[in-house]
Ligand binder design. Structure first.
Ligand code: FES
Length: 201
């Protein structure tokens, strides 16, 4: 019979059709797996962690990523920047990061960073006064910021100043240090902003 399953031509057709369905099925199964590495904009806005490769950041350089709809600044600090921090303890409002809401416990120190990776600063780039974006000003003693400026962040809206750890200076409108978000290192060069301790390398 022409349409019998024992017919070799029909058997080849049915085998081909089953293979095609199988391939489509694999295709659909692969999409969610791949997309787990690339959180959608919607997922990121809802709080998905963001991985940042800091391996190519030169000393003194900053990059910005978006996490939960907020700008997050990552800075590769130079030796000079790190050495300036203890010198500024008397000029900033909360030198030892005692206001607990402004950072995770691991960043409650003058570096406001993980001690083992203290060269890299990770802070939310939102001024704690009224929410403007502070400008990164790494230069020393520029004309507009004065001879005592050792590098940090300047908010152009009402003049708040923060040092290179995001510690707010005394006598400016901003009430607290810049916020340090939760983050972990998932490898030597990859910072996961919003990551949990369980995800740490
Ligand atoms: S918003 Fe930054 S100083 Fe007012």
């Amino acid at each position: 019979m022409a349409d019998s399953p024992s017919n070799p031509a029909r058997r080849r057709f049915l085998t081909g059709a089953a293979t095609a369905v199988g391939a489509v099925g694999v295709g659909f199964a692969a999409v969610p797996f791949l997309s787990s590495f690339q959180p959608s904009a919607k997922a990121q806005a809802a709080g998905a962690p963001v991985d940042v490769n800091i391996g190519k950041l030169s000393p003194g350089q900053m990059t910005t990523v978006s996490w939960r709809g907020k700008p997050v600044y990552l800075v590769h600090r130079t030796d000079r920047m790190l050495e300036s921090l203890p010198e500024l303890n008397d000029e900033v409002q909360d030198p030892d990061s005692r206001v607990v809401e402004q950072q995770p416990p691991f960043a409650a120190n003058i570096y406001r960073a993980r001690e083992e990776h203290k060269r890299y600063l990770v802070v939310v780039g939102i001024c704690t006064h009224l929410g403007c974006a502070p400008t990164y000003r790494p230069e020393v003693a520029p004309d507009d910021l004065g001879d005592d400026w050792k590098g940090g962040f300047f908010c152009p809206c009402h003049g708040s100043k923060f040092d290179i750890s995001g510690r707010v200076y005394k006598g400016v409108p901003a009430p607290t240090n810049l916020e340090v978000p939760p983050y972990v290192y998932v490898s030597g060069d990859i910072v996961r902003v919003g990551g949990t301790e369980e995800e740490a390398a």
